[in-house]
Structure formats: structure tokens, C-alpha cells
Write a protein that binds this ligand. Structure first.
Ligand code: B12
Ligand code: SF4
Length: 441
């Protein structure tokens, strides 16, 4: 059989300006789920192709010719696009549709309106039987993979659209449970791969000549002992990439040995969940982080030259506009390389969604807007309009042409000019988008 997986992208992500910003950002990476499921099906003798809409348009009538089954990945913000494509595939092309992924796992009945079958959870143990017609339930409840070392590696040869970065997950889930977080709930319980199994996969990406590597674990440094072992093996096997990215909590800075190893393995680009400097806010979202630790970052980052992407949340119930400004200024003070101002988004399936729903504070259920760029709920200390405006002013407060100069001094010409171009693209995008969105909020 011929199986095609599609990872759709929301409308906003398919615009020229967004793709331009992605181009300057550097790494362009796929979602690994369809590449893993594809690998399982390929080993079973099926022909598989995978398409990602994020970085290029796809001519579906052409690529779906001869396909027997199309599988769609959903996260909340791309679900609307997935449903649109699923309806087209089912009704116009008469091809069987299966939907899976994060959003469909939380709202399977909704997804089923657009599919023949929906999978809830990790699909490794059921995908082959679904494709071969041995499981026919409309909603298939899949159990989490027990031994991650037994999961085949994502097969990048199946991916027919552009990519320049490999994604690797050395674990699934996270031992923490922040109230707004979906992956810690979708991938529950927290599970880890052995360092040897991780190294085996990394060698493949090194041999493929990929420039970028992304550890997409939701909290890469959660188990410090295991991560140190992975890093030591990367160093002894000389597995280095031009740039390696990972997600972490501020608590990684408590362990100097870990910091040294990260530096030596050239794992320098880190997405740090700072969220807020306000202790009440941190406690309320169950972050289990002390604001003194966050402030301590300044000293650590003088010694360890990480390229920090500072993630802050806008619109937390205990934060006001001044708190957000403080968090941005702090991000500048620690010489963060990028800022991710994420508007608090109550994703279905999270405690914060339940709370907002109970309190009648959800403003819209248009899932396309659940992308952390749009206001979708009523914050306690800001009106929706103020919060939407704060998103744009936060970007402008951080991405100044002076910040490009700073990057030039710290990281060299290429980093400086890239930030300059990024600021320029961002200013144009912000101008256009802010008029539309603030007006609407
Ligand atoms: C890599 C990644 C990205 C990359 C690549 C995305 C892309 N190409 O579309 C980048 C950085 C570009 C990105 C962008 C975005 N992302 Co993202 N991303 C991830 C990340 C870190 C890893 C994904 C992954 O590989 N998971 C591991 C594999 C094993 O799991 P999986 O892919 O889900 O697959 C399993 C199941 O879902 C299922 N399955 C998957 N596909 C299918 C298909 C079928 C047919 C079936 C049956 C089953 C099935 O089986 C698989 C195997 O177990 C996840 C976090 C996470 N842990 O998943 C966030 C995550 C999915 N992203 C998220 C968000 C919000 C976004 C953005 C909106 C951010 C933004 N503001 O722009 C954009 C939207 C992009 C888009 N497509 O429109 C959120 C989604 C929250 C939600 N509930 O919707 C997550 C969960 C991060 C988070 N911390 O909250 N993202
Ligand atoms: S620490 Fe990060 S990955 Fe873990 S639960 Fe909190 S937000 Fe989710």
C-alpha cells in the first residue's frame, strides 16, 4: 500500500513573511512522529512519503495520486488546516484518512468528523494494524511505548519537503507538570532512551551531513546524569554539529559539570523556560522554580556562552504589564540571543484549559489562534487588546537594531547581519499584523 503522512501548517505559518523569518532563523526541522511511523510501515513493505507544509507549498492532487491512506498530524494550531485537507482528501480524492497527534489525542470526536479513524496517543503499536485493516475502531486508544530503545529511528529519506535539521528525542514527556503544558500530559509517563541508542541515531545525522541538530526533548536536562553520559559519548565519538539546540529549565545551571560538557559538545543554543520573574506567577503555574535561581543566571551566563532563547509567558494571572517588561529587560541583560514572548494559551487537555473553561474566560475556540501569538482568553490584569499589543511591544522592545550590533560583537558578523535582517522582517510583519490583530482583540 502507499501511505502519505502530512504535517499541515496553520495559515499564518504559510505566509511569505513567516517563511522569510524562518529562513533567517536557520534550522528548519520536521515533526518526528510521522517519520517514525513511516519507518515502521516501510519495514512492513509499504511505500511511504511524508510532507511538511511549514517550509513549502505542496501540490496535493499531484502527490496524493496512487495513495491508499493519508495520515495527518495535528497540534492545536494546525488542526483547522488538517481538517480542511482531510475533508479534501476524503471527499474529493476518495482516499482513506487517519488523524493523529497532540490535538486529535485530546479531542478525538472532533477529529473524527474529518477522518475514517483517529488515534489517541503514541501510534507506534497500532499504526501497522490500522493501515492493514486489522484494527477498525473509529477511535483507537494506543498505549504509550514502554521501551523507547525499541522504537525505530525517524526515517528522513521519507520526507519529500525541504529540511536542514534533524530532530531527535532522547526522552518523551517531562517529570514536571506545569499547568499550561501539553507534552508532559500527551507523553505520560516520562520515559528515557539509553545513551548508546541515542548515539547510534546521532551518528546517522552526522553522516547525512546535516548542519543543525535539535534535541526536541521537552526537558532535555531533566535527568542530568543520563544527559552527561550522552554528552561524553558525543565528545569521545566527535559527533559535533554546526549548531545544536535543546530545551531546558533554568535548573540546568545548578550543575557546572553539565554546563562544561554542553559547551564541549557544542550544544549551545538553549531554549530556556524563564516564563516570569514573579514568584507568585511561577508558583501558580506549578513551575517549581525559584525566581532567585532565574536571577542567578546573569552570573552563570558570563562564564558559559550559551545562545539563549528566552521564553517568557504573557498574560499570567499574577503578572501585569510591568512584570512582562521586567522579564524582557532581564532577557536583554543576560544577553539572550532570541526572545520567545508566548501569549498564555490554554491548550485543550491542560489544567489551565479546564480552569479557564470553568471560569468562562475562553474567548474563542478557533484553534488556528491557539499558537501563542493570538489572545484566546481573558487575562486578569490586562484587557485582550492590551495583551495583544503587549505581544508586539515585547518583540519591539527586544529585537532592536542595537541588539543586532550586540550579536555582531558577541557572535560575529554572520550573527549580527542575520539579526539585523530578522529585525527588519519582523518590523514589517509586526506593522502589518499588529494593525489587524490589535484591532480585532
Ligand atoms: C519539533 C517541534 C516543532 C518544530 C517543527 C514543527 C513542524 N515541522 O511543524 C517547530 C519548531 C518549527 C515547531 C513549530 C510550532 N510548534 Co512545535 N513542537 C515541536 C516538538 C518540540 C517536537 C515534535 C515531535 O517530534 N514530537 C515527538 C514525536 C515522537 O511525537 P509526535 O510527533 O507527536 O508523534 C506521535 C503521536 O503524536 C502520534 N502521531 C503523530 N503524527 C501522527 C499521524 C497519524 C496519522 C497518527 C495515526 C498518529 C500520529 O504518533 C507519534 C509517535 O508516537 C513538540 C513537542 C513534543 N514533545 O511533541 C512541539 C509542539 C508540538 N509545538 C507546539 C507549538 C505551539 C508550535 C507552534 C504553534 C509554535 C509557534 N508559536 O509558532 C508552531 C506551529 C508549527 C506548525 N506546523 O503550524 C506545541 C503544541 C501544543 C498543542 N497542544 O497544540 C508543542 C507540543 C510544544 C509545547 N511545548 O507545547 N514545533
Ligand atoms: S518544565 Fe517544561 S516540559 Fe516540563 S512540564 Fe513544565 S513546561 Fe512542560
Amino acid at each position: 500500500m502507499k501511505i502519505t503522512f502530512i504535517n499541515p501548517a496553520a495559515d499564518i505559518r504559510r505566509t511569505f513573511l513567516y517563511r522569510l523569518a524562518d529562513f533567517f532563523y536557520g534550522p528548519r526541522h520536521p515533526i518526528t512522529g510521522p517519520l517514525i511511523l513511516g519507518s515502521i510501515l516501510k519495514s512492513a513493505g509499504h511505500k511511504v512519503e511524508v510532507y511538511e507544509e511549514l517550509f513549502e507549498n505542496v501540490d496535493y492532487e499531484k502527490v496524493l495520486k496512487g495513495t491508499d491512506l493519508v495520515g495527518f498530524y495535528t497540534m492545536t494550531s494546525n488542526a483547522v488546516r488538517a481538517y480542511e485537507l482531510a475533508d479534501f482528501t476524503k471527499n474529493k480524492l476518495n482516499i482513506k484518512v487517519v488523524i493523529g497527534g497532540m490535538h486529535a489525542s485530546v479531542l478525538p470526536e472532533e477529529a473524527l468528523k474529518h477522518a475514517d479513524q483517529v488515534v489517541v496517543g503514541e501510534a507506534e503499536n497500532v499504526i501497522r494494524d490500522i493501515v492493514e485493516g486489522k484494527i477498525n475502531d473509529k477511535i483507537v486508544y494506543a498505549s504509550p511505548v514502554k521501551d523507547l530503545d525499541k522504537v525505530p529511528f525517524p526515517d528522513y529519506s521519507l520526507l519529500k519537503t525541504y529540511f536542514n535539521a534533524a530532530n531527535i528525542l532522547t526522552s518523551r514527556g517531562c517529570p514536571f507538570s506545569c499547568s499550561f503544558c501539553t507534552p508532559s500530559r500527551m507523553f505520560n509517563p516520562y520515559r528515557k532512551r539509553s545513551p548508546d541508542n541515542v548515539i547510534e541515531e546521532l551518528k546517522i545525522y552526522k553522516n547525512m551531513g546535516l548542519k543543525y541538530l535539535c534535541f526536541q526533548d521537552d526537558n532535555f536536562t531533566a535527568d542530568k546524569k543520563r544527559v552527561k553520559e550522552i554528552l561524553r559519548k558525543m565528545i569521545s565519538n566527535k559527533i559535533f554539529f554546526k549548531e545544536t539546540f535543546f530545551y531546558a529549565r533554568v535548573d540546568m545551571f545548578e550543575d557546572e559539570e553539565l554546563l562544561d560538557l554542553l559547551m564541549h559538545a557544542n550544544c549551545r543554543r538553549v531554549f530556556l523556560g524563564i516564563e516570569s520573574l514573579n514568584q507568585d506567577s511561577l508558583s501558580k503555574i506549578n513551575k517549581r522554580e525559584k525566581h532567585e535561581n532565574i536571577r542567578g543566571l546573569e552570573e552563570k551566563l558570563k562564564k558559559y556562552k550559551f545562545k539563549v532563547i528566552s521564553s517568557i509567558v504573557l498574560g499570567l494571572d499574577h503578572d501585569n504589564i510591568e512584570d512582562v517588561k521586567k522579564a524582557i529587560d532581564f532577557s536583554k541583560k543576560i544577553n539572550a540571543y532570541q526572545l520567545q514572548p508566548a501569549i498564555l494559551t490554554p491548550y485543550p487537555g491542560t489544567p489551565i484549559y479546564e480552569q479557564m473553561e470553568k471560569e468562562g474566560r475562553i474567548l474563542t475556540k478557533d484553534w488556528q489562534d491557539y499558537d501563542m501569538l493570538h489572545v484566546v482568553f481573558k487575562s486578569l490584569n490586562m484587557s485582550p487588546r492590551e495583551l495583544q499589543r503587549l505581544f508586539f511591544t515585547s518583540l519591539k522592545r527586544f529585537y532592536t537594531f542595537r541588539s543586532a550590533l550586540k550579536d555582531y560583537r558577541l557572535e560575529g558578523f554572520r550573527a549580527g547581519i542575520t539579526k539585523f535582517a530578522f529585525c527588519l522582517a519582523l518590523y514589517i510583519a509586526v506593522k502589518i499584523k499588529s494593525i489587524q490583530l490589535i484591532g480585532r482583540a
